[in-house]
Design a protein. Structure first.
Lengths: 892, 113
């Protein structure tokens, strides 16, 4: 079969060759016959035989040209010509290996970096999900009339049931997250459990590796979920070593044995990639909050669906106004692709990097265009000769372009090889939690297609200028010039220098961007978080909500644990609670006694024990701390931070004032317990210094700290400041906990310093990539400067020889060449810096938030670029200065 | 008539003239060139160089067919004779009427009555 194909192909090629030869012979004969007849006629008219011959030839014109034009009529010819051009191009490249290597390196780097970044963009932004048609999944958001929607709205189960009945939707699914404690045969462990509505897996349309997924029948008529669980691929590997016998086995989750019914493929990562999925309770009385997503029914527009849901939302708001913004609101649909974890910072960062890498590719193009131009200028004579004997300009341009595209395709192949490595490096560097679980960053088919297109375009882009430049029919000059060899054509020189200016300017912009990311990162490192992050370990202590079903049980466990931990050797201080460790925490609506209530504002709540401030090194500004007694008794005392203190009018002392904290009576979430005789009212007793309680890069939000005993979720965080290396304390802590209850796991051990590190990971990523791209751009620009200056020196050897012979000193020559380089670099620098300033002003880049292009950055850029330019041009300058005038004068 | 008074052929008209010439019967390249030149009373100059590309173009479009044949009584010399095909005839008719309309229109503009 294959052999047949091959034979057919050989046959075809053979036939083509035969056909061509026959046609060629034909044409020769035909033209010869014409010439003979014409000559005969001329002889009959009385000319001598030789004269007649010449006259006939004159009448026909340039035989080669006639043949060429006739051949053009044959069709197939373009292919033939292309082949011819290709062979010619390969021969040309072989003749100038130095040029070929430099050009291929430039192109390879440019195309490689672009391809690698595109593969990241493709994996993270374009196709992050394995789910069916992720671009057609919508998440409803509810916002005030002027607010911009950012986060989806959460609905309780009974509302979700109503939403599914709307005709605008073809299907909908709900997801809820809650920590789940696993006990039983395996070591106790707490998981972020993902609960899904019955049709959830069908909605996402991903098939399991083995077994089945959760189906609508797994949720009973009353909304009660069946005790079944679907495992993630990673958990299956970890607990069962990937054995199929896992199906049908039981996991004890929250004290209930659940049957394993299926395992999902590795790329399925709906809210977890190493946990499991459980059926969601649809009990209408349940006060849980569900993440709801929908698909539109065929023919329904987004607007119609929004209108229908808006009407329904208004109905919901009448029954449960606390779930909706006060006053007017509107319902907006967010596309699921726009609210991925990558959609904020990572997206803008990747877009910026894509632009940067585009610049890099452009520099590579300019570089190769320059080399190509220099090469074609030396070939000017050959080209002029071909033009003068009637070569057609379009054909010549086509040939030169074929050369460029061949070059760029070879560069592309090299680039793809590089891209595979670079992509791996970026994938290793990319901050994990800004990338969706499901994303896979690889060089795939689409990426290859992209890099193929980029290569062809690149070839045309850098090939066009030289091709047009040297095929300009200025034959006499070129022929003369080539023969003299003194001083290249002024026009070619100008074009080359302009290209270097462009290159330098682009490199400057890249450098400027990278200097901004460096400054940004530096600024972040210099932020004072308001607490001391050193040697502090945090662990989650997860209690079974069923075994610890009263707030007293949970508080006593926490108190005992804290007491024992404090007395451990090596522990300087310890605290337990939720929120403010070192940041975050539940947010609560509130009102201040005697002040008008502010609807929109929320307080960030820290549930703390007495030693919180001491453990985290937060200083007390005024008043007093919470005492152990306050905390143990659950007194309604509170500390506030300085930002919260500003909520009171100037002159009023917040200490001693009352604040109503809604969270204390309505904790939200069915597993969070409050004292039976709970009250929402707390008295401010002290003011703590501000900390960055919303994350390192965000402004401090008004915060309040109350005894942890007032609110008891099953999981709490234990923070321990140690005398030595904090992580070494982990096992001791685990032993203490296990002594109290063997089934309580310690989860997510992390040091505060590591938490701080996460905040800087995206800026670090930006800095690393921008830095790398700028360095590459700089290297390419340096190569460009070097090649142009060397070329200019070579072209001016004769002139330099004359100068030296006439008494110019070597220093003069050195200065002359360096000045030549200096002027080009200076113009490029000026344009580049002006361009960077304009760009930073024009576009508000999230990546460069809060940093301006200040004189220091400018100075940095100028210094780096000038020194690189000096090195690149000093080599040819030195060579020029060392020239022997006699040899130089003989040089042709 | 001096060579300066000759008119270069308009683009595309050469094809029509070749087809028209072949209406009288098969001819080889040289004959076609001479015929056009003569019948136009030496006004139209056929670049021999452009004649052959045109012939090969017409051949590729199947408007003419070509065949090597020996000329007249001389058996030793062969020429490539071009002959009008049915498609060629049709094409000629179409081109002719187009040309008539165009020259009429130009005439009316240049010499309005």
């Amino acid at each position: 079969m294959e052999a047949d194909v091959r034979r057919d192909r050989t046959n075809y090629v053979a036939r083509m060759k035969f056909w061509r030869r026959k046609k060629e012979n034909d044409l020769d004969r035909e033209l010869q016959a014409h010439l003979d007849l014409e000559a005969e006629e001329q002889r009959e008219a009385g000319l001598l035989p030789l004269e007649a011959r010449y006259a006939a030839q004159r009448a026909l014109g340039n035989t080669t040209l006639v043949k060429e034009r006739t051949r053009d009529m044959w069709g197939f010819i373009l292919l033939g010509q292309f082949w011819q051009d290709l062979k010619y191009a390969v021969r040309g490249l072989r003749r100038t290996p130095g040029f070929a290597v430099v050009a291929l390196l430039s192109l390879g780097l440019g195309i490689g970096a672009t391809t690698a970044l595109f593969s990241v963009v493709y994996g993270v932004l374009i196709a992050p999900y394995p789910y069916a048609k992720p671009g057609e999944i919508w998440a409803p958001a509810v916002v005030g009339p002027k607010e911009t929607p950012k986060y989806p709205h959460f609905y309780p189960p009974r509302e979700f049931v109503e939403i599914q009945k709307l005709p605008a939707f073809s299907s909908g699914m709900a997801t809820a997250l809650e920590s789940v404690l696993m006990t039983g045969d395996h070591a106790p462990e707490s998981f972020g459990g993902v609960f899904m509505s019955g049709n959830g897996f069908n909605f996402l349309a991903v098939k399991p590796v083995i077994g089945r997924t959760i189906q609508p029948f797994d949720i009973g008529p009353g909304g009660e979920p069946a005790p079944v669980v679907v495992l993630s691929y990673r958990l299956w590997q970890r607990l069962f070593d990937g054995r199929e016998s896992a199906l049908g086995q039981k996991l004890v989750l929250n004290n209930v044995p659940h049957t394993i019914i299926g395992v999902m493929p590795p790329r399925f990562g709906w809210f977890t990639s190493d946990g499991f999925w459980l059926p969601l309770s649809m009990d209408p009385k349940e006060e849980s909050y569900l993440n709801v997503i929908m698909r539109l029914a065929p023919g329904v527009t987004k607007q119609i669906a929004e209108e229908q849901l808006q009407a329904l939302n208004q109905q919901f708001a009448r029954v449960a106004p606390q779930n909706f913004p006060k006053g007017d609101f509107r319902t907006v649909f967010l596309n699921y692709m726009d609210i991925t974890v990558a959609s904020g910072e990572m997206k803008s960062s990747l877009n910026m990097l894509l632009a940067a890498v585009g610049f890099l590719l452009l520099i590579a193009c300019v570089n190769v265009a320059n080399l190509q131009l220099a090469r074609t200028t030396t070939r000017a004579r050959e080209i002029a000769l071909r033009l003068s004997i009637g070569a057609n300009r379009g054909r010549l341009v086509r040939q030169l372009l074929t050369e460029s595209v061949l070059l760029s395709m070879l560069g592309g192949i090299f680039g793809v090889l590089l891209a595979i490595g670079i992509t791996k490096a970026i994938a290793a560097l990319i901050p994990e939690f800004y990338v969706p679980n499901e994303a896979r960053i690889t060089v795939n088919g689409w990426v290859l297609l992209f890099s193929f297109i980029i290569s062809v375009l690149t070839g045309i882009l850098f090939g066009l200028v030289p091709a047009l430049e040297c095929s300009r029919p200025n034959l006499v000059d070129s022929l003369k010039e080539g023969s003299r060899g003194a001083g290249g054509s002024v026009r070619g020189q100008k074009t080359r220098r302009t290209l270097v200016v462009v290159e330098v300017a682009l490199a400057v912009i890249l450098l400027a961007a990278s200097s901004l990311t460096i400054r940004n990162f530096e600024a972040l490192l210099n932020i004072n978080p308001g607490f001391h992050p050193e040697r502090t370990l945090m662990v989650d202590v997860q209690l079974s909500p069923k075994q610890y079903s009263t707030i007293e049980q949970r508080n006593i466990f926490a108190q005992t644990l804290l007491e024992r931990v404090k007395n451990l050797p090596g522990v300087l201080s310890a605290t337990i609670g939720n929120g403010g460790m070192p940041w975050g925490g539940p947010r609560s609506s509130f009102s201040i006694e005697g002040l008008p209530s502010t609807e929109a504002q929320r307080l960030t709540v820290g549930l703390i024990s007495a030693d919180y401030a001491q453990t985290f090194g937060v200083s007390l500004r005024r008043g007093r701390q919470l005492t152990d007694q306050d905390v143990m008794r659950g007194d309604h005392f509170a500390l506030i931070n300085e930002t919260a203190a500003k909520l009171w009018p100037v002159g009023q002392d917040p200490i001693g004032k009352h604040v109503t904290l809604d969270l204390l009576t309505k904790p939200g979430g069915r597993q969070v317990l409050v004292p039976s005789a709970g009250a929402a009212d707390v008295t401010v007793v002290g003011i703590l210094a501000d900390t960055r309680n919303a994350g390192l890069r965000d402004a401090t939000t008004p915060g309040i700290y109350v005894p942890y005993t007032l609110l008891a979720p099953p999981g709490r965080v234990l923070a321990v400041r140690t005398a030595g290396e904090p992580m070494t304390m982990l096992n001791t802590l685990r032993t203490v906990v296990q002594q109290m209850d063997r089934e309580v796991p310690l989860a997510r051990p992390i040091t505060v310093q590591e938490v701080l590190g996460f905040e800087t990971v995206q800026p670090r990523f930006n800095m690393a990539l921008f830095g790398a791209f700028a360095a590459l751009g700089l290297a390419l620009a340096a190569a460009g400067i070097y090649s142009v200056i060397s070329y200019d020196v070579t072209q001016r050897i004769h002139e330099i020889g004359v100068r030296l012979a006439l008494g110019a000193s070597r220093a003069d020559v050195l200065g002359m060449v360096l000045r030549m380089a200096g002027s080009v670099v200076a113009i490029g620098l000026a344009i580049g810096i002006a361009g960077s300033i304009a760009l930073v002003r024009l576009v508000r880049f999230e990546v460069f938030q809060g940093t301006a292009f200040d004189p220091l950055s400018v100075l940095m850029v100028v210094a780096v670029l000038s020194s690189v330019a000096l090195i690149a041009s000093s080599l040819p300058a030195y060579r020029a200065a060392r020239l022997d005038p006699v040899t130089a004068l003989r040089h042709d | 008539m001096s060579t300066d008074d000759r008119i270069d052929l308009l683009q595309g008209t050469l094809d029509m003239l070749i087809l028209r010439t072949l209406l009288f019967g098969p001819a080889h390249g040289h004959q076609i060139a001479k015929h056009i030149q003569r019948t136009s009373e030496e006004v139209l100059k056929v670049e021999h160089g452009s004649l052959y590309p045109a012939l090969h173009r017409l051949e590729r479009k199947s408007l003419v067919a070509a065949k090597w044949e020996s000329a007249g009584g001389n058996q030793t010399r062969e020429f490539k004779y071009y002959r009008l095909t049915a498609a060629g005839k049709k094409h000629l008719v179409a081109e002719e009427s187009k040309w008539k309309r165009m020259s009429g229109a130009i005439g009316r503009i240049m010499w309005p009555v």
